[in-house]
Structures are given as structure tokens and as C-alpha cells.
Design a protein around this ligand. Structure first.
Ligand SMILES: C[S@@+](CC[C@H](N)C(=O)[O-])C[C@H]1O[C@@H](n2cnc3c(N)ncnc32)[C@H](O)[C@@H]1O
Length: 188
């Protein structure tokens, strides 16, 4: 599938918007043909779909507690949306099936508590956006990021606390590039 065919699925209403999707796509295309990505915060499955289509030979692990853990689902529920509860599990599977992707492994659980022991080429964090939650996800998963791997964080802005955590704790050791509130970090 070419770039245009992939990116047409990521519009302004997507959980990973068009500018972010293109930015992530370009970064991923520079990476080896085979690899492993961890997508923390499956949500509607949009980011996992982007990664699965862009890197069809990679394995995409995607993790979500669907309303059982974290805080962001409460924010969405307050807005009258309920995607991030348990009904999201079959919905998101149907969405991936529609797109015929077969390289996604779905993990249902609390990202801070599930067992994790696999090295990763890319870690994408888009789960609970509180300062403490970002800290827990970073501290748990980043030790598994390969030396030349990419750490991506969604919603790197002042609306949530992703930016404040990263800016306070990571910039001495990591280079950062940002486009439309998607931050891509590489080790210095
Ligand atoms: C903004 S949404 C993710 C959107 C998703 N990346 C997409 O493209 O559709 C955030 C998700 O993180 C999940 N979440 C929040 N805290 C979590 C935690 N501690 N463990 C697992 N999932 C969590 C929520 O249930 C919610 O579905």
C-alpha cells in the first residue's frame, strides 16, 4: 500500500490527525523492514491501524484498559462519548478487520501492570495523559526501547501533562522533534 492509500484513512477527526499521521509515517518508513511497536492506549484503534498499514511486516502490540484504568476515558465520557469502555474491544477489532490488517496483537489491561519483556523499535504513548501516568508509562516501557528506537508521545501540548513531564525529565538525554503535538524522541 502506498503513502496516499494509507494516509487517506487519517483525517482531521481521526485520533491521530493528518499531520501527525504523515509525520509518524515518514519516521517509520526510515526504520528497518522488520520490527516491533508498542502502542499504549488503543482507544479507537486508529494509531494501531496507521502503524500496521505502514509497517506490515512489524508486529504491533496495542494496550488498553478500556475504562478500567487511567483517567482519559472519564474525560471522554463526560463529553458524552463512550468509546473507551469495554464495548470498545469488539468495535476496535471489527475496525481492524475492515482494513484487513493481521499484524496487531491486542492486550487488554492496565499498561502499568501488565507483564512486558520484549524489546521495541518504537513506543507510542497515548493513554492516560496525567503527569504521573506519563511517568509510569515512560518508566515501564522505555527500558525496552532499542538503543536507536523512537519514542513517540501524542498530545505533547499544554492541554494535558505530557509536555510538562517530557520537558522536565527527558530533554537532557533525548532529542525531540514535534509536529502538530506529536513528539518523537530519540536518545542523544
Ligand atoms: C486518547 S485514547 C487513545 C487513542 C488511540 N491511540 C487511537 O488512535 O485511537 C486513550 C486510551 O488510553 C486508555 N488508557 C488510559 N489509561 C490507561 C492505562 N493505565 N492502561 C491502559 N490503557 C489506558 C483509555 O482507556 C483510552 O482508550
Amino acid at each position: 500500500m502506498n503513502k496516499k492509500e494509507i494516509l487517506k484513512h487519517f483525517l482531521i477527526t481521526s485520533m491521530i490527525g493528518p499531520i501527525q499521521a504523515e509525520f509518524a509515517y515518514e519516521k517509520l518508513m526510515k526504520m528497518p523492514e522488520k520490527g516491533r511497536l508498542v502502542d499504549i492506549g488503543t482507544g479507537r484503534g486508529h494509531s494501531a491501524l496507521l502503524f500496521a498499514l505502514t509497517k506490515p511486516k512489524w508486529t504491533i502490540y496495542t494496550i488498553d484498559g478500556y475504562g478500567l484504568y487511567g483517567t482519559i476515558q472519564n474525560v471522554w465520557n463526560l463529553q458524552g462519548k463512550n468509546e473507551f469502555n469495554l464495548s470498545g474491544i469488539p468495535a476496535v477489532r471489527a475496525f481492524w478487520q475492515q482494513h484487513k490488517v493481521k499484524n496487531i496483537i491486542q492486550v487488554v489491561g492496565n499498561s502499568w501492570e501488565i507483564g512486558w519483556e520484549l524489546p521495541a523499535d518504537v513506543i507510542y504513548i497515548d493513554a492516560d495523559h496525567s503527569y504521573q501516568a506519563v511517568e509510569k508509562d515512560v518508566k515501564k516501557f522505555v527500558p525496552f526501547l532499542k538503543e536507536d528506537g523512537l519514542l513517540m508521545l501524542h498530545d505533547y501540548n499544554n492541554t494535558y501533562q505530557v509536555k510538562s513531564y517530557v520537558d522536565k525529565n527527558m530533554l537532557d538525554d533525548w532529542d525531540i522533534e514535534e509536529k502538530d503535538c506529536l513528539a518523537v524522541l530519540t536518545r542523544k
